[in-house]
Design a protein around this ligand. Structure first.
Ligand code: GDP
Length: 582
Protein backbone atom coordinates (compact mmCIF):
# COMPACT_ATOMS: atom_id res chain seq x y z
CA UNK A 1 0.00 0.00 0.00
CA UNK A 2 1.27 3.46 -0.85
CA UNK A 3 2.30 5.60 2.05
CA UNK A 4 2.97 9.32 2.29
CA UNK A 5 5.92 11.17 3.82
CA UNK A 6 5.66 11.75 7.55
CA UNK A 7 5.28 15.38 8.61
CA UNK A 8 8.15 16.27 10.96
CA UNK A 9 8.25 19.22 13.34
CA UNK A 10 11.43 20.64 14.90
CA UNK A 11 11.28 22.18 18.35
CA UNK A 12 13.44 23.04 21.35
CA UNK A 13 14.88 25.85 23.46
CA UNK A 14 15.85 29.15 21.87
CA UNK A 15 19.39 29.15 20.40
CA UNK A 16 19.76 25.38 20.60
CA UNK A 17 19.90 25.24 16.80
CA UNK A 18 16.44 24.64 15.31
CA UNK A 19 16.89 27.23 12.56
CA UNK A 20 20.36 26.03 11.76
CA UNK A 21 19.18 22.44 11.53
CA UNK A 22 16.29 23.37 9.25
CA UNK A 23 18.72 25.38 7.08
CA UNK A 24 20.99 22.40 6.87
CA UNK A 25 18.10 20.13 5.94
CA UNK A 26 16.94 22.61 3.31
CA UNK A 27 20.45 22.66 1.89
CA UNK A 28 20.43 18.91 1.90
CA UNK A 29 17.08 18.71 0.19
CA UNK A 30 17.74 21.12 -2.63
CA UNK A 31 21.38 20.14 -2.97
CA UNK A 32 20.66 17.73 -5.74
CA UNK A 33 18.10 19.09 -8.13
CA UNK A 34 19.51 16.95 -10.91
CA UNK A 35 17.99 13.96 -9.18
CA UNK A 36 14.64 15.43 -10.15
CA UNK A 37 12.91 14.34 -7.00
CA UNK A 38 12.79 17.82 -5.51
CA UNK A 39 9.34 19.22 -4.89
CA UNK A 40 8.88 22.78 -3.74
CA UNK A 41 6.75 23.44 -0.68
CA UNK A 42 5.44 26.37 1.31
CA UNK A 43 6.37 26.28 4.97
CA UNK A 44 7.92 22.85 4.62
CA UNK A 45 10.96 21.09 3.16
CA UNK A 46 10.77 17.69 1.60
CA UNK A 47 13.76 15.38 1.76
CA UNK A 48 13.09 12.59 -0.73
CA UNK A 49 14.12 9.07 0.19
CA UNK A 50 16.61 9.02 -2.71
CA UNK A 51 18.52 11.85 -1.04
CA UNK A 52 18.49 10.02 2.26
CA UNK A 53 19.98 6.89 0.60
CA UNK A 54 22.73 9.08 -0.84
CA UNK A 55 23.45 10.85 2.45
CA UNK A 56 23.57 7.73 4.55
CA UNK A 57 25.80 5.77 2.20
CA UNK A 58 27.47 2.99 4.07
CA UNK A 59 25.43 3.13 7.28
CA UNK A 60 22.19 2.30 5.53
CA UNK A 61 23.37 -1.15 4.39
CA UNK A 62 20.91 -2.89 2.14
CA UNK A 63 17.83 -1.52 3.89
CA UNK A 64 15.00 -0.38 1.65
CA UNK A 65 12.07 1.78 2.68
CA UNK A 66 8.65 2.42 1.25
CA UNK A 67 8.37 5.74 3.10
CA UNK A 68 8.90 8.20 0.23
CA UNK A 69 10.77 10.80 2.27
CA UNK A 70 10.36 13.29 5.10
CA UNK A 71 8.40 16.54 5.13
CA UNK A 72 9.91 18.97 7.65
CA UNK A 73 7.75 21.87 8.78
CA UNK A 74 9.95 24.92 8.29
CA UNK A 75 8.63 27.15 11.02
CA UNK A 76 10.75 26.82 14.11
CA UNK A 77 10.04 28.58 17.35
CA UNK A 78 6.63 29.03 18.84
CA UNK A 79 4.92 27.97 15.63
CA UNK A 80 5.99 24.47 16.50
CA UNK A 81 3.05 24.45 18.89
CA UNK A 82 0.75 25.21 15.98
CA UNK A 83 2.31 22.57 13.85
CA UNK A 84 1.85 19.99 16.54
CA UNK A 85 -1.81 20.44 17.05
CA UNK A 86 -4.33 19.04 14.63
CA UNK A 87 -7.08 16.48 14.44
CA UNK A 88 -7.37 16.81 18.19
CA UNK A 89 -3.93 15.22 18.29
CA UNK A 90 -0.73 15.95 16.51
CA UNK A 91 -0.33 17.29 12.98
CA UNK A 92 3.30 16.29 12.99
CA UNK A 93 3.70 12.53 12.69
CA UNK A 94 7.13 12.84 14.26
CA UNK A 95 9.11 15.54 16.03
CA UNK A 96 12.76 16.37 16.54
CA UNK A 97 13.55 17.93 19.91
CA UNK A 98 16.81 19.86 19.57
CA UNK A 99 19.02 20.11 22.67
CA UNK A 100 22.35 21.94 22.83
CA UNK A 101 24.75 19.30 24.16
CA UNK A 102 26.56 21.80 26.39
CA UNK A 103 23.46 23.48 27.76
CA UNK A 104 21.23 20.52 28.39
CA UNK A 105 17.57 20.88 29.31
CA UNK A 106 16.29 24.45 29.44
CA UNK A 107 12.79 25.82 30.11
CA UNK A 108 11.62 25.61 26.49
CA UNK A 109 13.00 22.08 26.21
CA UNK A 110 10.76 21.11 29.09
CA UNK A 111 7.85 23.05 27.62
CA UNK A 112 8.38 21.14 24.37
CA UNK A 113 8.37 17.82 26.20
CA UNK A 114 5.06 18.77 27.83
CA UNK A 115 3.50 19.65 24.51
CA UNK A 116 4.82 16.51 22.80
CA UNK A 117 3.32 14.46 25.57
CA UNK A 118 0.03 16.31 25.47
CA UNK A 119 -0.38 15.62 21.76
CA UNK A 120 1.20 12.16 21.99
CA UNK A 121 3.71 12.97 19.26
CA UNK A 122 6.52 10.42 18.90
CA UNK A 123 9.88 12.20 18.89
CA UNK A 124 13.63 11.80 18.71
CA UNK A 125 16.24 14.04 20.29
CA UNK A 126 18.93 15.76 18.25
CA UNK A 127 21.84 16.39 20.60
CA UNK A 128 23.17 19.39 18.74
CA UNK A 129 26.52 21.19 18.50
CA UNK A 130 28.77 18.13 18.99
CA UNK A 131 31.37 20.09 17.02
CA UNK A 132 31.80 22.34 20.07
CA UNK A 133 33.04 19.47 22.22
CA UNK A 134 36.67 20.12 23.15
CA UNK A 135 38.98 18.64 20.53
CA UNK A 136 36.17 17.45 18.23
CA UNK A 137 37.39 16.65 14.77
CA UNK A 138 34.68 17.47 12.25
CA UNK A 139 34.04 16.00 8.84
CA UNK A 140 31.13 17.69 7.12
CA UNK A 141 27.94 15.69 6.60
CA UNK A 142 29.43 12.49 7.92
CA UNK A 143 27.26 10.00 9.79
CA UNK A 144 27.86 10.41 13.50
CA UNK A 145 28.68 6.76 14.12
CA UNK A 146 31.61 7.04 11.71
CA UNK A 147 32.70 10.48 12.85
CA UNK A 148 32.80 9.38 16.47
CA UNK A 149 35.24 6.56 15.73
CA UNK A 150 37.86 9.08 14.64
CA UNK A 151 37.80 11.16 17.82
CA UNK A 152 40.54 11.09 20.46
CA UNK A 153 39.83 9.02 23.58
CA UNK A 154 39.64 12.16 25.74
CA UNK A 155 37.21 13.89 23.38
CA UNK A 156 34.98 10.83 23.34
CA UNK A 157 35.01 10.82 27.11
CA UNK A 158 33.99 14.47 27.36
CA UNK A 159 31.25 13.83 24.81
CA UNK A 160 29.92 10.84 26.78
CA UNK A 161 29.93 12.88 29.99
CA UNK A 162 27.80 15.58 28.41
CA UNK A 163 25.49 13.00 26.91
CA UNK A 164 24.98 11.13 30.18
CA UNK A 165 24.29 14.36 32.01
CA UNK A 166 21.49 15.05 29.51
CA UNK A 167 20.18 11.48 29.67
CA UNK A 168 19.89 11.88 33.40
CA UNK A 169 18.18 15.29 33.12
CA UNK A 170 15.73 13.77 30.67
CA UNK A 171 14.98 10.89 32.95
CA UNK A 172 14.29 13.44 35.69
CA UNK A 173 11.59 14.74 33.36
CA UNK A 174 10.11 11.33 32.66
CA UNK A 175 11.84 10.79 29.31
CA UNK A 176 13.89 7.62 29.02
CA UNK A 177 16.43 8.23 26.30
CA UNK A 178 19.60 6.61 25.04
CA UNK A 179 22.05 6.93 22.19
CA UNK A 180 20.15 5.68 19.17
CA UNK A 181 22.70 2.99 18.25
CA UNK A 182 22.44 1.52 21.74
CA UNK A 183 18.67 1.07 21.79
CA UNK A 184 17.15 -2.39 21.29
CA UNK A 185 13.53 -1.51 21.69
CA UNK A 186 12.40 1.82 20.26
CA UNK A 187 9.02 1.55 21.96
CA UNK A 188 10.78 1.83 25.32
CA UNK A 189 13.44 4.49 24.83
CA UNK A 190 13.65 7.79 23.00
CA UNK A 191 16.50 7.93 20.50
CA UNK A 192 19.26 10.49 21.04
CA UNK A 193 21.11 11.37 17.87
CA UNK A 194 24.26 13.46 18.32
CA UNK A 195 24.51 15.98 15.48
CA UNK A 196 26.05 19.24 14.43
CA UNK A 197 23.69 21.49 12.53
CA UNK A 198 26.77 23.51 11.66
CA UNK A 199 28.90 20.80 10.05
CA UNK A 200 26.08 18.43 9.13
CA UNK A 201 27.59 15.56 11.10
CA UNK A 202 24.97 13.21 12.40
CA UNK A 203 22.29 14.65 10.09
CA UNK A 204 22.31 11.41 8.02
CA UNK A 205 21.78 9.39 11.21
CA UNK A 206 18.91 11.69 12.17
CA UNK A 207 17.23 11.23 8.76
CA UNK A 208 17.69 7.51 8.88
CA UNK A 209 16.30 7.29 12.38
CA UNK A 210 13.19 9.26 11.39
CA UNK A 211 12.63 7.17 8.27
CA UNK A 212 13.18 3.97 10.25
CA UNK A 213 10.70 4.94 12.97
CA UNK A 214 8.12 6.01 10.39
CA UNK A 215 8.50 2.76 8.48
CA UNK A 216 8.31 0.62 11.57
CA UNK A 217 5.65 2.32 13.67
CA UNK A 218 3.66 4.72 11.52
CA UNK A 219 2.78 2.71 8.42
CA UNK A 220 -0.93 2.63 9.16
CA UNK A 221 -1.04 6.29 10.00
CA UNK A 222 0.86 7.13 6.84
CA UNK A 223 -1.20 4.98 4.49
CA UNK A 224 -2.26 7.22 1.65
CA UNK A 225 -5.88 8.18 1.95
CA UNK A 226 -7.59 9.00 -1.27
CA UNK A 227 -10.56 11.28 -0.93
CA UNK A 228 -11.17 14.78 0.37
CA UNK A 229 -8.13 16.73 1.50
CA UNK A 230 -7.51 17.37 5.17
CA UNK A 231 -4.96 19.76 6.60
CA UNK A 232 -3.97 22.35 9.15
CA UNK A 233 -3.61 26.09 8.63
CA UNK A 234 -0.17 27.39 9.66
CA UNK A 235 -0.62 31.03 8.76
CA UNK A 236 -3.20 33.42 7.36
CA UNK A 237 -1.69 36.04 5.03
CA UNK A 238 -2.93 38.77 2.76
CA UNK A 239 -0.86 38.63 -0.45
CA UNK A 240 -0.89 41.40 -3.06
CA UNK A 241 -2.69 40.26 -6.16
CA UNK A 242 -3.88 37.05 -4.52
CA UNK A 243 -6.02 38.36 -1.68
CA UNK A 244 -6.47 36.16 1.37
CA UNK A 245 -4.13 33.19 1.40
CA UNK A 246 -3.59 30.36 3.82
CA UNK A 247 -0.30 28.54 4.26
CA UNK A 248 -1.21 25.03 5.20
CA UNK A 249 0.01 21.50 5.54
CA UNK A 250 -2.07 18.97 3.65
CA UNK A 251 -1.68 15.73 5.56
CA UNK A 252 -4.32 13.56 3.97
CA UNK A 253 -6.21 13.19 0.70
CA UNK A 254 -6.40 15.49 -2.28
CA UNK A 255 -6.92 19.22 -2.72
CA UNK A 256 -8.33 20.60 -6.00
CA UNK A 257 -8.72 24.14 -7.32
CA UNK A 258 -12.37 25.15 -7.11
CA UNK A 259 -13.13 22.76 -4.24
CA UNK A 260 -15.30 23.84 -1.34
CA UNK A 261 -13.52 23.77 2.01
CA UNK A 262 -14.60 24.18 5.62
CA UNK A 263 -12.10 25.91 7.92
CA UNK A 264 -12.08 26.33 11.69
CA UNK A 265 -12.62 29.84 13.04
CA UNK A 266 -13.29 31.34 16.45
CA UNK A 267 -17.00 30.87 15.75
CA UNK A 268 -18.76 28.48 13.37
CA UNK A 269 -16.60 26.92 10.64
CA UNK A 270 -16.17 29.04 7.53
CA UNK A 271 -17.21 27.44 4.26
CA UNK A 272 -15.42 28.91 1.25
CA UNK A 273 -13.89 28.02 -2.11
CA UNK A 274 -10.30 27.47 -3.17
CA UNK A 275 -9.46 30.02 -5.86
CA UNK A 276 -5.96 28.76 -6.46
CA UNK A 277 -3.42 26.25 -5.19
CA UNK A 278 0.03 27.79 -5.21
CA UNK A 279 3.42 26.20 -5.04
CA UNK A 280 6.63 28.20 -5.00
CA UNK A 281 8.62 28.22 -8.21
CA UNK A 282 12.14 26.90 -7.96
CA UNK A 283 14.37 29.86 -7.09
CA UNK A 284 16.19 29.84 -10.41
CA UNK A 285 12.93 30.06 -12.32
CA UNK A 286 11.69 33.21 -10.63
CA UNK A 287 12.19 35.99 -13.16
CA UNK A 288 9.78 38.49 -11.69
CA UNK A 289 9.49 38.64 -7.86
CA UNK A 290 5.75 39.17 -8.21
CA UNK A 291 5.52 35.88 -9.98
CA UNK A 292 6.78 33.56 -7.31
CA UNK A 293 4.17 30.87 -7.54
CA UNK A 294 3.07 28.11 -9.85
CA UNK A 295 -0.61 27.37 -10.05
CA UNK A 296 -1.47 23.71 -9.66
CA UNK A 297 -4.81 22.10 -10.30
CA UNK A 298 -4.46 19.29 -7.84
CA UNK A 299 -2.28 18.31 -4.90
CA UNK A 300 -1.78 15.15 -2.85
CA UNK A 301 -0.73 14.72 0.76
CA UNK A 302 1.64 15.28 2.36
CA UNK A 303 2.56 18.77 1.23
CA UNK A 304 3.11 22.31 2.37
CA UNK A 305 1.13 24.68 0.17
CA UNK A 306 -0.40 28.12 -0.11
CA UNK A 307 -4.02 28.41 -1.13
CA UNK A 308 -5.90 31.52 -2.17
CA UNK A 309 -9.44 31.48 -0.82
CA UNK A 310 -12.51 33.59 -1.45
CA UNK A 311 -12.86 34.41 2.21
CA UNK A 312 -10.68 33.90 5.28
CA UNK A 313 -12.62 35.90 7.86
CA UNK A 314 -11.91 34.69 11.37
CA UNK A 315 -9.62 31.84 10.33
CA UNK A 316 -7.04 31.10 13.03
CA UNK A 317 -3.57 29.59 12.82
CA UNK A 318 -3.72 25.95 13.80
CA UNK A 319 -7.26 25.57 12.50
CA UNK A 320 -8.31 22.44 10.66
CA UNK A 321 -9.22 22.73 6.99
CA UNK A 322 -10.97 20.11 4.97
CA UNK A 323 -12.60 19.60 1.60
CA UNK A 324 -16.39 19.28 1.87
CA UNK A 325 -19.23 18.69 -0.59
CA UNK A 326 -21.20 21.75 0.41
CA UNK A 327 -22.21 23.89 3.40
CA UNK A 328 -24.35 21.05 4.74
CA UNK A 329 -21.65 18.39 4.71
CA UNK A 330 -21.85 16.45 8.01
CA UNK A 331 -18.04 16.51 8.36
CA UNK A 332 -18.30 20.25 9.10
CA UNK A 333 -19.37 19.20 12.59
CA UNK A 334 -15.98 17.50 13.01
CA UNK A 335 -14.28 20.80 12.16
CA UNK A 336 -16.15 22.42 15.03
CA UNK A 337 -14.93 19.74 17.40
CA UNK A 338 -11.34 19.88 16.16
CA UNK A 339 -11.27 23.66 16.56
CA UNK A 340 -12.76 23.63 20.02
CA UNK A 341 -10.25 24.46 22.68
CA UNK A 342 -10.28 22.49 25.87
CA UNK A 343 -9.04 24.69 28.68
CA UNK A 344 -10.33 24.46 32.23
CA UNK A 345 -11.47 27.79 33.60
CA UNK A 346 -12.17 28.99 37.11
CA UNK A 347 -14.60 31.52 38.46
CA UNK A 348 -11.71 33.72 39.54
CA UNK A 349 -8.57 34.01 37.51
CA UNK A 350 -6.61 35.80 34.84
CA UNK A 351 -7.11 36.15 31.07
CA UNK A 352 -4.82 34.49 28.55
CA UNK A 353 -4.54 35.23 24.85
CA UNK A 354 -2.39 33.60 22.16
CA UNK A 355 -1.87 33.66 18.42
CA UNK A 356 -2.97 30.12 17.66
CA UNK A 357 -4.84 27.17 19.07
CA UNK A 358 -1.73 25.16 19.85
CA UNK A 359 0.09 28.03 21.52
CA UNK A 360 -2.98 28.92 23.58
CA UNK A 361 -3.19 25.36 24.83
CA UNK A 362 0.53 25.39 25.60
CA UNK A 363 0.16 28.59 27.61
CA UNK A 364 -2.85 27.18 29.46
CA UNK A 365 -0.94 24.01 30.24
CA UNK A 366 2.03 25.87 31.71
CA UNK A 367 -0.21 28.29 33.63
CA UNK A 368 -2.06 25.38 35.16
CA UNK A 369 1.19 23.67 36.09
CA UNK A 370 2.27 26.89 37.82
CA UNK A 371 -1.01 27.07 39.74
CA UNK A 372 -2.25 30.18 37.93
CA UNK A 373 -6.06 30.14 37.60
CA UNK A 374 -7.56 31.08 34.22
CA UNK A 375 -10.93 32.75 33.94
CA UNK A 376 -10.95 33.71 30.26
CA UNK A 377 -8.99 32.74 27.17
CA UNK A 378 -8.97 33.55 23.52
CA UNK A 379 -7.08 33.69 20.26
CA UNK A 380 -5.91 36.89 18.61
CA UNK A 381 -4.90 40.37 19.73
CA UNK A 382 -5.73 41.76 23.17
CA UNK A 383 -8.92 43.76 22.69
CA UNK A 384 -10.78 46.44 24.63
CA UNK A 385 -13.31 43.84 25.63
CA UNK A 386 -10.58 41.62 27.10
CA UNK A 387 -9.45 44.55 29.23
CA UNK A 388 -12.95 45.43 30.39
CA UNK A 389 -13.73 41.82 31.25
CA UNK A 390 -10.47 41.37 33.15
CA UNK A 391 -11.32 43.90 35.81
CA UNK A 392 -13.29 41.37 37.84
CA UNK A 393 -12.15 39.61 40.97
CA UNK A 394 -9.26 40.74 43.11
CA UNK A 395 -6.26 42.70 41.87
CA UNK A 396 -4.08 39.68 41.33
CA UNK A 397 -6.53 38.56 38.66
CA UNK A 398 -6.57 41.88 36.80
CA UNK A 399 -4.01 40.46 34.46
CA UNK A 400 -3.83 39.51 30.80
CA UNK A 401 -1.03 37.27 29.60
CA UNK A 402 -0.53 37.46 25.85
CA UNK A 403 1.58 34.93 23.96
CA UNK A 404 2.84 36.29 20.66
CA UNK A 405 -0.04 38.74 20.31
CA UNK A 406 -0.28 42.54 20.22
CA UNK A 407 -2.65 44.90 22.01
CA UNK A 408 -5.23 46.86 20.06
CA UNK A 409 -5.16 50.68 20.26
CA UNK A 410 -8.50 51.04 22.02
CA UNK A 411 -7.46 48.37 24.52
CA UNK A 412 -4.32 50.40 25.37
CA UNK A 413 -6.51 53.33 26.40
CA UNK A 414 -8.55 51.17 28.78
CA UNK A 415 -5.58 49.47 30.42
CA UNK A 416 -4.59 52.52 32.44
CA UNK A 417 -8.11 53.45 33.53
CA UNK A 418 -8.91 49.93 34.68
CA UNK A 419 -5.49 49.28 36.23
CA UNK A 420 -5.11 46.06 34.31
CA UNK A 421 -1.66 44.51 34.06
CA UNK A 422 -0.89 43.27 30.55
CA UNK A 423 2.16 41.12 29.94
CA UNK A 424 3.15 39.85 26.52
CA UNK A 425 5.99 37.64 25.39
CA UNK A 426 6.70 35.01 22.77
CA UNK A 427 8.21 32.53 25.18
CA UNK A 428 5.68 30.73 27.36
CA UNK A 429 7.92 30.19 30.37
CA UNK A 430 9.07 33.82 30.33
CA UNK A 431 5.44 34.90 30.47
CA UNK A 432 4.73 32.62 33.41
CA UNK A 433 7.87 33.87 35.18
CA UNK A 434 6.91 37.51 34.54
CA UNK A 435 3.51 36.87 36.07
CA UNK A 436 4.97 35.17 39.14
CA UNK A 437 7.43 38.05 39.66
CA UNK A 438 4.67 40.60 39.30
CA UNK A 439 2.46 38.66 41.70
CA UNK A 440 5.21 38.54 44.34
CA UNK A 441 5.90 42.22 43.91
CA UNK A 442 2.24 43.24 44.11
CA UNK A 443 1.62 41.00 47.13
CA UNK A 444 4.53 42.66 48.89
CA UNK A 445 3.23 46.08 47.89
CA UNK A 446 -0.25 45.24 49.20
CA UNK A 447 1.21 44.11 52.49
CA UNK A 448 3.18 47.26 52.99
CA UNK A 449 0.07 49.27 52.07
CA UNK A 450 -1.89 47.30 54.64
CA UNK A 451 0.75 47.83 57.29
CA UNK A 452 0.22 51.56 56.99
CA UNK A 453 -3.48 51.31 57.72
CA UNK A 454 -3.34 49.81 61.20
CA UNK A 455 -1.09 49.63 64.24
CA UNK A 456 1.57 47.07 63.75
CA UNK A 457 3.01 44.95 66.58
CA UNK A 458 6.12 46.55 68.05
CA UNK A 459 8.24 46.29 71.15
CA UNK A 460 10.58 49.04 72.36
CA UNK A 461 12.81 49.67 75.36
CA UNK A 462 13.65 53.03 76.94
CA UNK A 463 17.43 53.48 76.92
CA UNK A 464 19.17 54.40 80.20
CA UNK A 465 20.63 57.94 80.31
CA UNK A 466 18.45 58.97 77.39
CA UNK A 467 15.77 60.97 79.13
CA UNK A 468 15.71 64.30 77.32
CA UNK A 469 12.52 65.70 78.74
CA UNK A 470 10.34 64.46 81.57
CA UNK A 471 6.89 65.44 80.33
CA UNK A 472 4.60 67.54 78.13
CA UNK A 473 5.69 65.67 76.11
CA UNK A 474 8.20 63.27 77.54
CA UNK A 475 11.17 62.85 75.18
CA UNK A 476 13.21 59.67 75.57
CA UNK A 477 15.68 57.59 73.57
CA UNK A 478 14.39 54.14 72.69
CA UNK A 479 15.57 51.07 70.88
CA UNK A 480 13.03 49.32 68.66
CA UNK A 481 13.33 45.65 69.62
CA UNK A 482 10.77 44.37 67.10
CA UNK A 483 8.31 45.74 64.58
CA UNK A 484 7.87 49.40 63.78
CA UNK A 485 6.68 52.49 65.62
CA UNK A 486 4.89 55.47 64.11
CA UNK A 487 3.47 58.80 65.13
CA UNK A 488 -0.07 58.48 66.55
CA UNK A 489 0.37 55.00 67.98
CA UNK A 490 -0.53 54.37 71.62
CA UNK A 491 1.89 52.59 73.92
CA UNK A 492 1.17 50.16 76.78
CA UNK A 493 3.42 48.53 79.36
CA UNK A 494 3.63 44.85 80.29
CA UNK A 495 0.59 45.24 82.54
CA UNK A 496 -1.45 46.68 79.72
CA UNK A 497 -1.47 50.14 81.32
CA UNK A 498 -1.65 53.18 79.06
CA UNK A 499 1.78 54.74 78.48
CA UNK A 500 0.90 57.67 76.23
CA UNK A 501 0.80 58.46 72.51
CA UNK A 502 3.80 58.87 70.20
CA UNK A 503 3.96 62.47 68.96
CA UNK A 504 7.20 62.32 66.98
CA UNK A 505 10.06 60.05 66.02
CA UNK A 506 13.50 61.58 65.36
CA UNK A 507 17.01 60.37 64.60
CA UNK A 508 20.25 61.37 66.40
CA UNK A 509 20.47 64.60 64.44
CA UNK A 510 16.93 65.60 65.28
CA UNK A 511 15.54 64.80 61.81
CA UNK A 512 11.89 63.83 61.77
CA UNK A 513 11.36 60.20 60.75
CA UNK A 514 8.27 58.53 59.33
CA UNK A 515 8.87 55.51 61.53
CA UNK A 516 11.38 53.67 63.66
CA UNK A 517 12.00 50.07 62.68
CA UNK A 518 13.51 47.06 64.38
CA UNK A 519 17.12 47.74 65.39
CA UNK A 520 16.79 51.56 65.24
CA UNK A 521 17.70 53.79 68.17
CA UNK A 522 15.52 56.89 67.96
CA UNK A 523 14.20 59.60 70.21
CA UNK A 524 10.44 59.71 70.63
CA UNK A 525 8.16 62.34 72.07
CA UNK A 526 5.39 60.72 74.11
CA UNK A 527 2.37 62.71 75.21
CA UNK A 528 0.30 61.89 78.30
CA UNK A 529 3.06 60.44 80.51
CA UNK A 530 5.74 61.63 82.91
CA UNK A 531 9.11 59.88 83.20
CA UNK A 532 9.40 58.52 86.73
CA UNK A 533 5.66 57.89 86.96
CA UNK A 534 4.13 55.86 84.08
CA UNK A 535 7.45 55.20 82.32
CA UNK A 536 11.07 54.71 83.39
CA UNK A 537 14.53 53.93 81.99
CA UNK A 538 14.81 50.30 80.84
CA UNK A 539 11.03 49.87 80.59
CA UNK A 540 9.75 47.62 77.81
CA UNK A 541 6.72 49.04 76.03
CA UNK A 542 4.42 47.72 73.32
CA UNK A 543 2.32 49.36 70.67
CA UNK A 544 -1.32 49.06 71.68
CA UNK A 545 -3.58 47.28 69.19
CA UNK A 546 -7.29 47.16 68.53
CA UNK A 547 -9.02 43.86 67.76
CA UNK A 548 -9.75 44.63 64.09
CA UNK A 549 -6.12 45.62 63.65
CA UNK A 550 -5.06 42.31 65.15
CA UNK A 551 -7.18 40.43 62.62
CA UNK A 552 -5.61 42.41 59.78
CA UNK A 553 -2.11 41.89 61.06
CA UNK A 554 -2.59 38.14 61.01
CA UNK A 555 -2.94 38.31 57.22
CA UNK A 556 0.49 39.88 56.92
CA UNK A 557 3.76 38.02 56.71
CA UNK A 558 5.61 38.77 60.02
CA UNK A 559 9.22 38.25 61.01
CA UNK A 560 9.93 35.96 63.96
CA UNK A 561 10.62 38.95 66.25
CA UNK A 562 7.38 40.58 65.16
CA UNK A 563 5.51 37.38 65.89
CA UNK A 564 6.95 37.35 69.42
CA UNK A 565 6.00 40.99 69.95
CA UNK A 566 2.52 40.19 68.67
CA UNK A 567 2.05 37.22 70.99
CA UNK A 568 3.27 39.38 73.94
CA UNK A 569 0.75 42.06 73.00
CA UNK A 570 -2.07 39.52 72.74
CA UNK A 571 -1.13 38.08 76.16
CA UNK A 572 -1.16 41.58 77.68
CA UNK A 573 -4.56 42.38 76.16
CA UNK A 574 -6.01 39.11 77.43
CA UNK A 575 -5.12 39.95 81.02
CA UNK A 576 -7.99 42.37 81.06
CA UNK A 577 -10.10 40.88 78.23
CA UNK A 578 -9.71 37.09 78.22
CA UNK A 579 -11.34 36.71 74.79
CA UNK A 580 -9.52 39.60 73.12
CA UNK A 581 -8.95 38.90 69.45
CA UNK A 582 -10.79 35.57 69.43
P1 GDP B 1 17.26 28.42 17.34
O1 GDP B 1 16.94 29.58 18.20
O2 GDP B 1 17.01 27.11 18.06
O3 GDP B 1 16.62 28.45 16.00
O4 GDP B 1 18.85 28.45 17.17
P2 GDP B 1 19.73 28.82 15.88
O5 GDP B 1 19.61 27.79 14.84
O6 GDP B 1 19.44 30.22 15.51
O7 GDP B 1 21.18 28.68 16.52
C1 GDP B 1 21.62 29.50 17.57
C2 GDP B 1 23.11 29.75 17.43
O8 GDP B 1 23.81 28.53 17.58
C3 GDP B 1 23.50 30.31 16.09
O9 GDP B 1 24.54 31.23 16.29
C4 GDP B 1 23.98 29.10 15.33
O10 GDP B 1 24.92 29.42 14.35
C5 GDP B 1 24.61 28.27 16.44
N1 GDP B 1 24.55 26.84 16.13
C6 GDP B 1 23.45 26.11 15.83
N2 GDP B 1 23.78 24.83 15.65
C7 GDP B 1 25.12 24.74 15.84
C8 GDP B 1 26.06 23.66 15.80
O11 GDP B 1 25.74 22.50 15.55
N3 GDP B 1 27.35 23.96 16.10
C9 GDP B 1 27.75 25.22 16.40
N4 GDP B 1 29.04 25.41 16.66
N5 GDP B 1 26.91 26.25 16.44
C10 GDP B 1 25.60 26.03 16.17
Amino acid sequence: MAIRQPVVSVLGHVDHGKTKLLDRIRGTAVGDREAGAITQHIGATEVPIGRIYEMCGSIIGSKKFTVPGLLFIDTPGHQAFTSLRARGGSLADLAVLVIDIREGLMPQTIESIHILRQYKTPFVIALNKVDTIEGWNSTADRPFVLSEKDQQAHTKEVFEQHMYEIISQLSGNGVFADRYDRIDDFTKAVALIPISAKTGEGVPDLMLMLIGLAQRFLETRLTKEEGPGKGTVLEVKEVKGLGQTLDMILYSGTLKTGATVAIGTRGAPLVTRIKAILKPKPLDEIRDPRDRFDNVKELHAAAGVKIAVQDATGVIAGAPIRVVKNAKDPSIQEITEETSIKIETEEKGITIKADAIGSLEALAYEAKAAGIPIRKYGIGEITRRDVLESSYGNDTHHVILGFNVSTSKDAEAEIATHSIKVMTNNIVYALIDDYKLWLDESTRQNESDKRVEFAFPAKITILPDHIFRVNKPAVVGVRVLAGRIRVGENLIDREGKDCGTIKSVRDDDGNVLKEGVQGDEVSVAIEGVTVGRQINENDVLYVDMIESGYKEVQKVELTDDEKLALSDTVAIKRRTEPFWGM
